[in-house]
Write a new protein. Structure first.
Length: 119
């Protein structure tokens, strides 16, 4: 079992930045790639980015490229999503995930953190 707890969401103006954090816990957390999905109201959940346990492999969605950066600190069992140049369409609930590979379907999900970008 892997438990995921997100933090760092909030309200920000368009063009601003936020950094999301997710602390992972569990005996097997080192087996998992960590990542982020998001779900806007009325829309399907979509992939944002993922990073391997070693940090050597990352996978970003088109919406994340150039604006979002995923990173992890294994000493803290924490994954981060630095989001810059935020747009109103980035407004969503952001979920931390754990999967057996950066391109695989998540096995575990966090509870989510709300990000709201005002225009």
């Amino acid at each position: 079992q892997v438990q995921l707890v997100e933090s760092g969401g909030g309200l920000v103006q368009a063009g601003g930045s936020l950094r999301l954090s997710c602390v992972a816990s569990g005996r097997t957390v080192s087996n998992y790639a960590l990542g982020w999905f998001r779900q806007a109201r009325g829309k399907e959940r979509e992939f944002v980015a993922a990073i391997s346990w070693s940090g050597g492999s990352t996978y970003d969605s088109d919406s994340a490229k150039g604006r979002f950066t995923i990173s992890r600190d294994n000493a803290k069992n924490t994954v981060y999503l630095q989001m810059n140049s935020l747009k109103p369409e980035d407004t969503a609930v952001y979920y931390c995930t754990a999967a057996l590979g950066v391109r695989l379907r998540p096995s575990y999900w966090g509870q989510g953190t709300q990000v709201t970008v005002s225009s």
